[in-house]
Design a protein. Structure first.
Length: 244
């Protein structure tokens, strides 16, 4: 799973990166190298206008609020368990399936963290920072929804979509985020795209790890109290924990 990530691009940089022409937040989120579940995050959405689309930038809470909850305490209690949706079953799960059909998004990230599992080649729980050496940010496929509390406040929440890890990344963890190439953004974001097979095809890229590089980092990232660029600085691993 993907449980932490970094995002430090400004609103103006995201507008440029994702070709946003619609609405944007009135204030910036702080730069963060340690975004955790339930934190506010940026999402890129789109509305259909004729034959085209208008992309907007919005702020959502990371972790889906299940639509059947009527009490906000209950909704928030389960939110941290719904931060990731599995590509293979997203169209079936009650928490995710409605949003998957009509409310898809992109979640910008500088990079994300993954912790080595006991089944991999590294010491269990060793954190790695995974980013792209080819693009400014990772456009992670996601879904979003709106939930209204008893006071009438509408809360937007979102989840990342994950898939089976491949290549070198599979030596660290069995899962990785679905990265959405820019030539697929229009179809992915289009709320009129409903066909499950087509949506699965958009997520199933032939080289999902293209351009991604994993580097071991300090265990400081384990604590949400820690933040700053030092969290993504590579560290050396002792023998036999050599990198790829």
């Amino acid at each position: 799973m993907c449980g932490r990530y970094a995002q430090t691009l400004s609103i103006s940089e995201l507008v440029d990166e994702y070709e946003i022409e619609g609405t944007v937040p009135q204030s910036e989120l702080p730069h963060s190298w340690n975004i955790a579940p339930t934190n506010p995050i940026y999402i890129v959405t789109a509305d259909s206008h004729g034959t085209g689309q208008i992309r907007s930038l919005a702020i959502a809470s990371w972790g889906m609020l299940a639509h059947w909850h009527r009490d906000e305490i209950q909704a928030r209690a389960s939110q941290s368990h719904a931060i990731n949706a599995r590509m293979e079953s997203i169209h079936e799960k009650p928490t995710f399936r409605n949003s998957f059909r009509t409310q898809r998004c992109l979640i910008p990230a500088d990079g994300y963290y993954e912790w080595a599992t006991a089944l991999g080649d590294y010491s269990p729980k060793q954190p790695f920072y995974i980013s792209s050496k080819e693009t400014r940010s990772l456009p992670i496929a996601g879904i979003w929804s709106s939930w209204k509390n008893v006071e009438g406040e509408i809360i937007t929440s979102a989840a990342l979509i994950t898939r089976e890890a491949v290549g070198d990344l599979a030596h660290i963890h069995s899962r990785m985020p679905v990265i959405m190439p820019s030539d697929k953004w229009a179809k992915w974001l289009n709320p009129r795209t409903h066909d499950i097979a087509e949506l699965q095809s958009l997520m199933n890229n032939p080289h999902p790890d293209a351009g991604l590089v994993a580097e071991p980092v300090s265990r400081m990232v384990n604590s949400v109290a820690n933040n700053g660029k030092q969290l993504i600085e590579p560290v050396e691993l002792g023998h036999p924990e050599t990198l790829f």
